[in-house]
Write a protein that binds this ligand. Structure first.
Ligand SMILES: O=C([O-])CC(=O)C(=O)O
Ligand SMILES: [Mg+2]
Length: 591
């Protein structure tokens, strides 16, 4: 025991978790728990150390068969592992082979989550080195299915569940999380998970998936990431009647009760982690998302991925597409199907970018952008009954109650789907766009794939291969009339990891719209002539860490310019600085 502690002292943050080290009641208590009858009170024994068996059980430090002979000797691992030694590269090869054996994407998802629970560095190595193959598993579309089935997948906590039961004690709950130095929180209340609706507490899959990308694509350390699900109940009857549902079985409160709870949360976050922690709001319903962003945007470092991240990625694609379409942004006409967070967020950022370039007012340029919601084209005669975030888009036009007629009335050059409802871009819709434009720009942004407004194949086929196409969830390249078309993935995951990393690396304390424009510009610049030649308006994901470094640099540069960056002095080369700060998942040697 004495020698155990001595050997471990000074080891690089490998803590002694040996069962021989005792706390409080000693060894008897540890094993006494097993022998206790149900009525007996026992103390849950707290471990705080990692060596031997417990080292293998700690995903932060476990390396499995990659522990060297010396490490096995020094850390009481002899006999606990089979004799073979493997490099991390060989482990990666073995795991990719076994993941590829699964036919069902959800099985791959579970296998990856199990790897994360077992060996965190290997998980991130796999994700970084195989990003194009694994992104559709840990992220859209598979993460959507994982949320729908999260109750049965859930094994161990991957983030914090803060339910209404914790009202008045949220600060204490935050302190239960084992890490203190948190830099990024992704929080959802589960009310609008992708285009799948209210999944309540099961929405946890989304913050977990987004933060895995923060690390893999953006380079934020895993220990600095905290996924949170706020559980205020659900209005999903199926979940309320499900005996296995893992969340609070009650309807969602609205108004003061909801906002007071969120205020307690936001206050506790700032108190516990300081003003430089980034809070990313994710998949809140429209009726709360805009209000929360407006309310906390002036006091906290907050970012709404569905409003701002989606806007920035779409703007990048539009700017890039001008190379193929010609003209300036202000010379195009945009029509959206869907006037929620994504639709109005994108529309507003386009208008802002146009106004900067065209030297005209945002109000004037909004007239180039039209939105259709469930009632039809948003027009001025409907203004009184519109939610506040739709009002700026109510332009002069005769009422039109469906998308096809709206296309005929507005004559858009670009059609953007943000409806959350699948199959809305029918053959007639795409044909109408193709009749108006030599190269129609079509984005089907709703997620997951089942909610996409159309497929890539439909967009190409119904426009005789003339469409420039991008979607929120991935589609494979399409062969049509002997030509291969590569669809773009206009998903906010291009933006948020680099955007958040940029904020964190310069110690920003506020987000500003100009940073979103800087992120769009940085992303659009990564599209090369070779990509354009293949009809692409987004760069391949394989280069995402380089892309993220450029986005981070653009965002940080803007933060310094605006005086909201606290890390001083400003690094001279922000791209290099970003690259040098990124987490790498290679194993470290243990003394
Ligand atoms: O998660 C994604 O794939 C994109 C997104 O934010 C959403 O659809 O809500
Ligand atoms: Mg989202």
């Amino acid at each position: 025991m004495e020698s155990t502690m001595k050997d471990l002292r000074g080891g690089e943050s490998v803590l002694d978790m040996s069962p021989r080290a005792t706390v409080g009641g000693g060894v008897e208590d540890v094993y006494g728990e097993d022998r206790a009858t149900e009525e007996q009170l026992v103390t849950p024994w707290v471990t705080s150390v990692a060596s031997g068996y417990n080292l293998l059980r700690d995903p932060r430090y476990n390396k499995g068969l990659a522990f060297s002979e010396k490490e096995r000797e020094a850390h009481y691992l002899c006999g606990l592992l089979p004799p073979a030694l493997m490099t991390q590269e060989l482990q990666e090869k073995k795991l990719m082979h076994s993941i590829r054996q699964y036919q069902v994407p959800l099985q791959k998802y579970i296998a990856l989550m199990e790897l994360e629970e077992r060996n965190e560095r290997l998980f991130y190595k796999l994700l970084i080195d195989n990003v194009e193959e694994l992104l559709p598993i840990v992220y859209t579309p598979t993460v959507g299915e994982a949320c729908q089935k999260y109750g049965s997948i859930f094994r161990r906590p991957q983030g914090l569940f803060i339910s209404l039961k914790e009202k008045g004690k949220i600060l204490e709950v935050l302190k239960n999380w084992p890490e203190r130095a948190i830099q990024v929180i992704v929080v959802t209340d589960g009310e609008r998970i992708l285009g799948l609706g209210d999944l309540g507490c099961q929405g946890m899959g989304i913050p977990v998936g987004k933060l895995a990308l923060y690390t893999a694509l953006g380079g934020v350390r895993p220990s600095a990431c905290l996924p949170i699900t706020i559980d205020v109940g659900t209005n999903n009857e199926k979940l309320l009647n499900d005996e296995f549902y893992i969340g609070l079985k009650q309807k969602r409160p609205t108004g003061k009760e909801y906002y007071d709870f969120l205020h307690e949360f936001m206050t506790a976050v700032k108190q516990n982690y300081g003003e430089k922690v980034l809070v990313q709001f994710e998949d809140f319903a429209n009726h709360n998302a805009f209000e929360l962003l407006a309310k906390y945007g002036t006091t906290h470092l907050v970012f709404n991925d569905d409003i701002q991240g989606t806007a920035s990625v779409v703007l990048a694609g539009l700017v890039a597409s001008l190379k193929l379409l010609g003209g300036t942004l202000a010379e195009h006409t945009f029509l959206f199907l869907g006037a929620g967070e994504a639709g109005t967020g994108i529309a507003e950022l386009i208008a802002l970018e146009m106004s900067k370039k065209a030297n005209a007012s945002v109000e004037e340029l909004r007239k180039k952008i039209w939105l259709v919601d469930s009632k039809g084209l948003i027009v001025s005669s409907r203004k009184e009954s519109l939610q506040h975030f739709k009002k700026p888009w109510a332009h002069e036009c005769e009422p039109v109650n469906n998308l096809l007629d709206a296309i005929k009335a507005v004559k858009p050059t670009a059609l953007i789907g943000t409806s959350g409802v699948g199959k809305q871009f029918t053959k007639e819709v795409i044909e109408a766009m193709a009749a108006l434009n030599e190269k129609p720009l079509i984005m089907a942004l709703s997620n997951p794939t089942s909610q996409s407004e159309c497929t890539a194949e439909e967009a190409y086929k119904w426009s005789e291969g003339r469409t420039i196409f991008a979607s929120g969830s991935p589609f494979d390249p399409v062969e049509f009339n002997g030509k291969v078309y590569v669809p773009g993935q206009a998903n906010n995951c291009y933006i948020f990891p680099g955007f958040g990393f940029g904020l964190v690396m310069c110690g920003a304390i506020r987000v500003h719209d100009d940073m979103l424009l800087a992120a769009s510009e940085a992303l659009a610049k990564q599209v090369t002539d070779e990509h354009y030649a293949r009809g692409m308006i987004y760069p391949p994901f394989a280069n995402i860490r380089k892309i993220s470094a450029h986005i981070a640099a653009g965002v940080a540069a803007k933060a310094y310019e605006l005086g909201v960056a606290t890390r001083l002095p400003r690094p001279a080369d922000l791209v290099k600085f970003a690259e040098s700060c990124m987490y790498t998942p290679n194993y470290r040697s243990y003394r």
